[in-house]
Design a protein around this ligand. Structure first.
Ligand SMILES: [Zn+2]
Ligand SMILES: [Zn+2]
Length: 239
């Protein structure tokens, strides 16, 4: 029992940096050095999907993939590049159920919302987590996007509303192509009844890969929210 209690306590207050194992003060998940060193997407990247480019590019670049696609949302911005370290953070958070990592990922997402000038002009923004179907939430124990959203809300002061619900249970998306994902997600989402009208939706998710989940949520918002003016996406990682 004592060992169980100690390991539970360690889960809540990890005494070491999750990444480099340096000793930490009470309540932090990773050390300041590791937080600073996480690879941000902050220089050259696609203005639509946030795919990072190597080297210098023209102003407002669009990647070849986005040239072929249309999205309902204006743009998606991911905080972190896909690397061994950032993938480990996401996997440990989402599948390892290490909920305290939400604060680390939220810190990086909040930087995006506060530092990327495109977010400054959005009127009355509301943070909206990408929902999980209740069955998956039950299996996982939590919705990683919702926890992330709550932490971003605390850091930015932007209110949040879990107004989208997943009404259809979908099989896992990881091995599907973009087209198959879109088909898989067709009619999977609705807006909760009696949701307040909103002007700007900032959709929050842990990872942006093909954009099909964000797109399905965005088109549901657009269809069902009459007064909505802008939809943008923020994720922790560009998959
Ligand atoms: Zn560290
Ligand atoms: Zn792109």
């Amino acid at each position: 029992m004592r060992r169980l209690a100690a390991s539970l306590l360690d889960l809540v207050f990890p005494p070491q940096c999750h990444l480099c194992k340096v000793s930490l003060s009470h309540g932090k998940a990773i050390c300041d050095t590791c937080l600073t060193d996480l690879p941000r997407i902050d220089e050259s990247y696609c203005m639509r999907c946030s795919e990072p480019f190597e080297g210098e590019f023209s102003e407002n670049p669009i990647c070849p993939n986005c040239h072929k696609l249309t999205f309902t949302f204006l743009y998606a911005k991911a905080a972190l590049k896909n690397s061994e370290l950032t993938r480990k953070l996401i996997i440990d958070y989402k599948y390892g159920k290490q909920r305290h990592l939400a604060k680390v990922l939220a810190t990086c997402c909040a930087e995006v919302i506060m530092n990327d000038s495109r977010f400054n002009s959005l009127p009355d923004p509301i943070l909206i987590p990408v929902p999980l179907h209740w069955r998956r939430k039950l299996m996982r124990g939590f919705n990683q996007a919702e926890l992330l959203t709550n932490e971003i809300s605390k850091l930015t002061g932007i209110p949040s509303s879990p107004m989208i619900q997943r009404t259809r249970y979908t099989t896992t998306q990881t091995r599907l192509s973009r087209k198959q994902r879109m088909q898989n997600l067709k009619d999977a989402f609705t807006i909760k009844p009696n949701s307040r009208p909103i002007r700007t939706a900032i959709l929050i998710d842990d990872v942006f890969t093909t954009g099909s989940t964000s797109e399905a949520c965005a088109s549901t918002l657009k269809k069902e929210c009459a007064k909505l003016e802008n939809i943008v996406v923020v994720t922790a990682l560009r998959g």
